[in-house]
Ligand binder design. Structure first.
Ligand SMILES: Cc1cc2nc3c(=O)[nH]c(=O)nc-3n(C[C@H](O)[C@H](O)[C@H](O)COP(=O)(O)OP(=O)(O)OC[C@H]3O[C@@H](n4cnc5c(N)ncnc54)[C@H](O)[C@@H]3O)c2cc1C
Length: 441
């Protein structure tokens, strides 16, 4: 990543109000905007693009790169292949360049290890060094008129400012921290995105741990904790009856096809809600068979040995949580019988997912970074931001330069936009077309 005093072309161009505005300024340089950067390089090289990335050295999902954990999608649904199967930046070419292709193809794994995919993302990221400012967290966006032309001015936490003719916001989704944990400020409670950083920083092994949520990540975390802290009691609290198998039916998986994105986009809100309910188990509150079966068998073996330390408590909702010097006291309600039990734990891990855009209690109305310009954009009658098919926000009036969302549009574009890799490269192509139509470069 570049520092501000880096003299390379891209950085100099974008780091001061005195410089010319860039054609495209991306906020965030995770897989979504990385995929866009590649598409721009391959298909619109005349566009002058620059990216701001909050992390100095971003690591893809670094807080949950667990040993042995695997990808949740086909490796060829990578940064480029669906858009351009001949691209230099494919996962297969990455393996080829590392001299690992034949060994990789011989792996007895259905999906690659997540840590290998993280290395692939890192390999591609490094090739865009000159177009990225690392350690640049965008905190404010404004529109300014320069010589009668409106442009964006983005301010970062370090005070640097960046001018642009268009913006693409690819900041990833906001972690969802539910009540009662949202009012706690203690290192003993962490969201899954901070899992590894938290357990690695512990001074002593925890004796009791609560994992809240019934997602793939919840099960992976329980298994990792059981391995990492073999003496600890681990309780997984799940609001529904139990842990569910993911819906991996190839028919359901067609929700991750571009045709479904178009179909979903055209549906009204009631139909969208119905489609969401159907698609939910393909991605949320459900778990792949391998880890689910592993967990079930492990719990059975612990009971056989008369030494059960892992528990899955279904129909359970944490109602109150209070932190003290030694841990967190939880009051947990059985949602059907209304019985309340109390537990004191050393650590709580929230495997509670992410916020989507929308007016609901688990949603957020807009990405926080847009606060300074949000009044310029339209919301529909249901309270959702109006996102065009090409991911551009619809302005209330003329005079607002183009602003696109990249990777944040599940509520308008459906499950294929649930932050995953599935349609990443095709979305980049759609945004690129949108930029072209707006006359950007
Ligand atoms: C544990 C975990 C495992 C996953 N596994 C898979 C998987 O196997 N397969 C799959 O398809 N998907 C998976 N996902 C989904 C994941 O969201 C996508 O893979 C992918 O990371 C989405 O890319 P993104 O660029 O939209 O968001 P992110 O990866 O979240 O990247 C956003 C970037 O923006 C930066 N940023 C945020 N705010 C600012 C700001 N204000 N200014 C500047 N920079 C900012 C962040 O630092 C970050 O680098 C997983 C998610 C998690 C949490």
């Amino acid at each position: 990543m570049l520092t501000r005093d880096d003299e390379r072309r891209g950085a100099v161009k974008a780091t001061g109000p005195a410089q010319e505005p860039v054609d495209v300024l991306g906020i965030g340089f995770g897989p979504a905007n990385l995929s866009l950067a590649i598409a721009l390089q391959e298909d619109l090289p005349q566009a002058d693009a620059f990216f701001l990335e909050a992390a100095r050295n971003p690591v893809w999902q670094g807080g949950l790169l667990l040993d042995g954990s695997n990808m949740q999608n086909h490796p060829n649904r990578d940064l480029v292949t669906l858009r351009n199967p001949r691209s230099h930046y494919s996962f297969v070419n990455y393996l080829f360049e590392q001299g690992r292709l034949i060994q990789h193809l011989n792996l007895p794994l259905e999906f690659p290890l997540r840590k290998e995919y993280a290395q692939y993302i890192d390999w591609a990221t490094r090739q865009f060094r000159s177009q990225v400012a690392g350690g640049a967290r965008a905190t404010d966006i404004a529109v300014a008129e320069v010589d009668g032309t409106p442009e964006y001015v983005v301010t970062c936490a370090d005070g640097s400012q960046h001018r642009a003719r268009s913006l693409v916001v690819g900041t990833g989704r906001t972690p969802f921290v539910p009540a009662p944990f949202d009012s706690l400020d203690t290192p003993r409670v962490c969201h899954l995105t901070q899992y590894l950083h938290t357990v690695r920083a512990l001074e002593e092994a925890p004796r009791s741990i609560a994992v809240v949520g019934g997602s793939q990540s919840a099960v992976e975390i329980v298994l990792d904790l059981a391995h990492r802290f073999p003496q600890a009691k681990i309780v997984n609290y799940v609001r529904k009856f139990g842990l569910r198998l993911k819906d991996t039916s190839p028919f359901s998986e067609e929700g991750f096809f571009p045709a479904f994105t178009d179909y979903y986009y055209r549906a009204d809100r009631a139909s969208k809600n119905e489609l969401d309910a159907y698609m939910r188990p393909t991605n949320y509150s459900s778990t792949d068979a391998d880890v689910l079966h592993h967990l079930y068998a492990l719990m059975y073996e612990q009971r056989l040995d008369g030494d059960q330390r892992i528990f899955v408590r279904g129909n359970s909702e944490v109602r109150t949580a209070e932190a003290d010097d030694t841990g967190v006291r939880l009051e947990v309600e059985e949602v059907h019988t209304k019985d309340v039990s109390s537990e004191h734990v050393d650590l709580v891990i929230l495997a509670t997912g992410f916020r989507d855009l929308g007016p609901g209690p688990r949603q957020e109305a807009y990405p926080a970074v847009l606060a300074g310009v949000i009044d310029r954009f339209q919301f529909d009658d249901d309270g959702y931001l109006v996102v065009e098919p090409d991911y551009q926000l619809r302005p209330r009036s003329d005079g607002t330069p183009p602003l696109f969302l990249n990777g944040l549009c599940e509520s308008s574009h459906g499950i294929g936009d649930a932050g995953s890799f599935s349609l990443l490269s095709l979305r980049a192509a759609t945004i690129l077309d949108g930029l072209r139509k707006q006359g950007i470069a």
